[in-house]
Write a protein that binds this ligand. Structure first.
Ligand code: ATP
Length: 240
C-alpha cells in the first residue's frame, strides 16, 4: 500500500495545481483530448495532435483510446494492443500523453462520461479542448447526450482531407451559434467551437489495416516504434 504522502502526491498531480514561476502570470491550464479507436494510431492522428498542441499552447494533449466504440465496428486488435501502440507513439513527445480511462470502464466509451470524469479532476477554470476530425464532428448528433458536450469543453475541428461529408442541420445551427473563427480566441473553460489548420494528411487506420492485410509496407504512415510493435505482434496481417 502506498504511503498517504505518496498517494496524496499522485492525487495532486492529477489535479491542475500548476504553480506559476516567479514573475509569471498564472493562466488556466489547457488540456486537449483526442479520442479514437487508434486501430492503429497513425501520423494523421499524431501530427494533427502535435500541431494543435503547439498552436494552442496546450499543457497536455491526452490521446484516449476508446474501449467499445459506440458508433463503429469492433476494433480489429485488442484494447491492450491499441493502447500499447499509442504509448509507443507518444513516448518522449510532450505534451502528448496517453489517458487510458475509457479502457478502464466496463461500459461503452461515451464521450460525455469521459468529459465528466475529466472535469471532476480539474480546476473549474481549466480549458478543455476536444479534438475531432471533420468526419467525427459530422457524426456528433448521433452521440449520447451530445448537446451537453460543450458544457464541459471547447471543440476543435481538425480538417481531414479524406473526408467530404456535409454537416447535418443540427450542426449548422450549432456552428452558427457557437463557432469562432480564431481558435486562439476561445475563451473560458468550455462552450465554443473552432476549426484548426493542420498539415493535411490523408491517412486513415482503414488504409493502414488494408495495406498490412495485403502484405504491403506502412512505413512512414505510422511511427517506427508502432511499426515495430505491429511486426513483433503480427498484427493486422492476413492470418489475423
Ligand atoms: P478508421 O479508418 O479505422 O475509421 P481513423 O483513421 O479515422 O480510423 P480514428 O481512431 O477513428 O482513426 O480517429 C480518431 C480521431 O482522429 C477522429 O476524430 C478522426 O476524425 C481523427 N483523424 C483520424 N485520422 C485523421 C487525419 N488523417 N487527419 C485528421 N484527423 C484525423
Amino acid at each position: 500500500m502506498a504511503s498517504y504522502a505518496a498517494r496524496r502526491r499522485s492525487d495532486l498531480s492529477d489535479l491542475d495545481l500548476k504553480a506559476p514561476k516567479p514573475g509569471e502570470q498564472s493562466r488556466p491550464r489547457r488540456i486537449g483530448v483526442l479520442g479514437g479507436t487508434f486501430d492503429p494510431v497513425h501520423v494523421g492522428h499524431l501530427r494533427g495532435a502535435l500541431e494543435v498542441a503547439e498552436a494552442l499552447g496546450l499543457d497536455e494533449l491526452r490521446m484516449m483510446p476508446s474501449a467499445r466504440p459506440p458508433h463503429r465496428d469492433t476494433p480489429q486488435v485488442s484494447a491492450q494492443d491499441r493502447l500499447a501502440m499509442v504509448e509507443c507513439a507518444v513516448a518522449g513527445v510532450p505534451p502528448l500523453v496517453v489517458d487510458a480511462r475509457e479502457l478502464q470502464r466496463d461500459k461503452p466509451s461515451w464521450t460525455i462520461d469521459t468529459l465528466e470524469s475529466l472535469r471532476a479532476e480539474m480546476a473549474a477554470e481549466t480549458q478543455v479542448f476536444l479534438l475531432l476530425g471533420w468526419d467525427a464532428f459530422c457524426g456528433l448528433p448521433t452521440w449520447h447526450r451530445w448537446e451537453e458536450l460543450l458544457q464541459h469543453c471547447h471543440i476543435l475541428v481538425l480538417q481531414r482531407p479524406d473526408a467530404d461529408s456535409e454537416p447535418p442541420d443540427a450542426l449548422r445551427n450549432l456552428l452558427a451559434a457557437r463557432s469562432v473563427s480564431d481558435p486562439l480566441a476561445l475563451k473560458g473553460p468550455s462552450g465554443q467551437i473552432a476549426f484548426v489548420w493542420q498539415t493535411p494528411l490523408a491517412v486513415s487506420a482503414t488504409q493502414i489495416r488494408q495495406l498490412l492485410a495485403s502484405g504491403k509496407s506502412v512505413r512512414f504512415l505510422v511511427p517506427d516504434a508502432v511499426l515495430a510493435y505491429i511486426d513483433a505482434h503480427g498484427l493486422y496481417r492476413a492470418s489475423n
